[in-house]
Write a protein that binds this ligand. Structure first.
Ligand SMILES: Cc1cc2nc3c(=O)[nH]c(=O)nc-3n(C[C@H](O)[C@H](O)[C@H](O)COP(=O)(O)O)c2cc1C
Length: 202
């Protein structure tokens, strides 16, 4: 493996930003497979590799827009109070179009009594961050979205997850969605707040 320098690694991590506007350009299957594989290289509690991904493209992706619009209803009041009007409008448009992202990935946790609940969830989010970073390396943009959780049951049905045995046993849980595509904007880096985030002890 070619060694990457610490500078290259930190530059990759720091250049990751949530992308919410995408070019009208398909993402090749082999690129998506590499991104998913990066996700599946993440560590996981008891090495259960309990992530489950559902990749949605094409017509099915178009169908999802009506669900995304519905998830907006659950969030819009909070955001209206929090965001300045121009950003609120941008976010509303994003929920209505998903920024024209050609690929959606829904990340589920396969929970099990044998493992603590929060560990299961943490493992999936480790994979999701690996995928965010892989997108940067591939010249793609990505936005992780908790919004589908507003309409969890409907998303489960939309994806056909409700038909799966693990779901029927109450073991499959939607944790987030990711929208992926080639970036069509360059948002400013969201500033990092460092105060009070780290406590050192010895
Ligand atoms: C768990 C999680 C849920 C998120 N949900 C949404 C979402 O529903 N909609 C959205 O536009 N962005 C969502 N984001 C993206 C955050 O808004 C974004 O990461 C944050 O503002 C920092 O910006 P950055 O990713 O550009 O650094 C989510 C991020 C995470 C980690």
């Amino acid at each position: 493996m070619g060694q990457i320098t610490p500078e290259q690694f930190y530059a990759l991590v720091e250049s990751r930003k949530s992308i919410r506007q995408f070019k009208n350009k398909e993402v090749p299957r082999d690129v998506l497979e590499r991104i998913l594989m990066a996700g599946m290289h993440a560590p996981s509690g008891k090495n259960r590799q309990n992530w489950r991904f559902f990749v949605v493209e094409g017509k099915k992706r178009d169908e999802y827009l009506q669900y995304s619009q519905k998830s907006w209803l659950g969030i819009k009041d909070i955001l209206q109070k929090k965001l300045k009007p121009s950003l609120y409008e941008f976010t509303e448009r994003f929920f209505f179009t998903l920024g024209n992202a050609p690929v959606l990935v829904f990340a589920y946790s396969h929970n099990s009594n044998e493992e603590r609940y929060h560990t299961s969830i943490g493992s999936v989010y480790m994979a999701v961050e690996n995928m965010n970073l892989a997108c940067v390396a591939e010249g793609l943009g990505c936005c992780t979205m908790g919004a589908p959780l507003e309409i969890k049951k409907e998303v489960d049905e939309f994806l056909g997850v409700t038909q799966l045995e693990e779901y029927k046993k109450g073991e499959l849980e939607l944790l987030c969605g990711l929208v992926i595509g080639y970036p069509d904007h360059q948002p400013p880096k969201a500033p990092r707040q460092l105060d009070g985030r780290v406590t050192w002890m010895r």
